[in-house]
Design a protein around this ligand. Structure first.
Ligand code: GDD
Ligand code: MN
Length: 401
């Protein structure tokens, strides 16, 4: 990790023994940044004394000017007392009154932070505070964002991870792949310069994957990863359930839209098209079972799939218009799909007549393909024709024409 690391974070030249740096020429020292650590908490009274002790050790050992903001959602479990009893002037517990939740707590903490660098981590000691100096070095070495990562060489998770949790984490990471190449974007342990936060116009606290939100919205390109051992929590219990995971999908969708704009609309449109094919075949099959004639069954398949396509496109693909006039939108959608749908209908029945031994479903797939192809060709050559060069017009102005 961090090949160009700056060791000035430990003024005495002391480097933590957990440090995994390969010997590189030490660059010119830069001043040690001030650091605010933001920790969202809900019912972590048992863990807070340990966390404070370990952070105190890191402060001491590396001479860091580090303060701590514990963003607590009124746990009422003795968290306030635990922090007071530790008596560290650099540690503050804030009893939140705004919207509850992990993300709102982190975002509020980041807003309140005064350090030049902001570090976010969990309270349950899953994230080793001893790694903070490594993260600071990576930032000083030019990284824009640094994550504590389980999935880079040297990173590990406790043995207790079941297949379900592992798979879950891997699938979630894979889904985020088009947004960032980071190996462990799910990690809630990260560091960034506070000044870079201004690059995001708007941060949405829907997802609890705040690191992903920040990387995408602040358009951070140079993201580094520091290997960590992700320890299972020993005390208290996890609060992130299945409902939160569904929210992750919603979050991803928004981030895709932010990053890819119209391309992500197209991708969703295509996915809806594929579901339309499945709906078409299902409805057609049902109609046949119910005793409908072939033409009626084909028409039913097409009709039902046009409706579900409309509904899905309105709900997801073009969700910005989901409060628009539904009847007018539906009429427009039907008009736009009418040509392709009519052709689909005719081709399906023709194929069925020519090959009566084939299942009607096969004919329907061919019909959908024909409808889609002709729809595309009509649009390509009639609705959006290529600009034709007039005689004498310089080729250079339109090399592709
Ligand atoms: N303020 C506040 N409000 N804090 C919360 C809330 C809430 O509603 N819910 C959870 N927290 C705090 C917890 O107290 C803990 O400090 C941290 O958020 C993480 O919660 P856990 O319950 O320990 O979550 P986890 O172990 O399932 O999730 C961890 O792993 C994920 C990747 O597998 C976290 O590190 C996540 O950030 C990470 O994405
Ligand atoms: Mn945890």
């Amino acid at each position: 990790m961090c090949s160009a690391c700056d060791r000035s974070v430990s003024p005495g030249g002391v480097v933590s023994d957990q440090n995994d740096l390969v010997a590189t020429p030490t660059p010119a020292p830069t001043p040690t940044p001030t650091v605010t650590v933001v920790v969202p908490t809900y019912r972590e009274a048992q863990n807070l004394p340990l966390l404070l002790e370990r952070l105190a050790g890191v402060r001491r050992e590396h001479g860091l000017e580090l303060d701590l903001l514990i963003m607590d959602d009124r746990s009422g479990d003795g968290s306030v007392e635990a922090v007071a009893a530790a008596g560290h002037p650099w540690a503050t517990l804030i009893e939140r009154t705004g919207r509850r939740g992990l993300s709102p707590a982190v975002l509020e903490g980041i807003e309140r932070a005064r350090g030049e660098v902001v570090v976010v981590m969990d309270a349950d000691l899953s994230h080793p505070p001893e790694r903070i100096p490594d993260m600071l070095r990576a930032l000083a070495g030019g990284r824009e964002f640094v994550m504590g990562s389980r999935y880079v060489p040297g990173g590990t998770t406790d043995a207790g991870w079941g297949v379900y949790r592992w798979l879950n984490s891997r699938i979630a990471t894979w889904l985020a792949r088009p947004l960032t190449a980071v190996r462990d974007p799910m990690s809630g342990f990260f560091a960034m310069r506070r000044a870079d936060l201004k690059r995001a116009a708007f941060l949405n606290p829907v997802g609890y994957k705040i690191a992903l939100e920040l990387i995408v919205k602040c358009r951070l390109k140079d993201v580094g990863e520091v290997p960590i051992h992700f320890a299972d929590r020993q005390l208290g219990e996890s609060k992130l359930n299945f409902k939160e995971q569904l929210k992750y999908l919603q979050h991803l969708r928004r981030l895709y839209l932010f990053r890819y704009g119209t391309w992500s609309h197209l991708a969703q449109f295509l996915v809806v098209g594929v579901t339309g094919l499945a709906v078409n075949l299902a409805a057609l099959t049902l109609a046949l079972w119910a005793g409908a004639s072939d033409p009626v069954a084909v028409a039913a398949g097409i009709g039902v799939s046009v409706c579900t396509n409309f509904w899905l496109n309105r709900r997801f693909t073009f969700s910005y218009a989901k409060h628009g006039p539904v009847l007018r939108q539906f009429a427009g959608f039907v008009a736009a799909s009418a040509g392709g749908a009519a052709l689909n209908y005719v081709v399906t029945l023709q194929v069925n007549a020519a090959r009566p031994t084939w299942p009607l479903q096969v004919a329907a797939v061919i019909g959908v393909a024909a409808g889609t192809l002709v729809n595309f060709l009509v649009n390509r050559y009639l609705v959006f024709p290529t600009h034709k060069r007039k005689a004498g017009e310089a080729l250079a102005t339109d090399p592709l024409g």
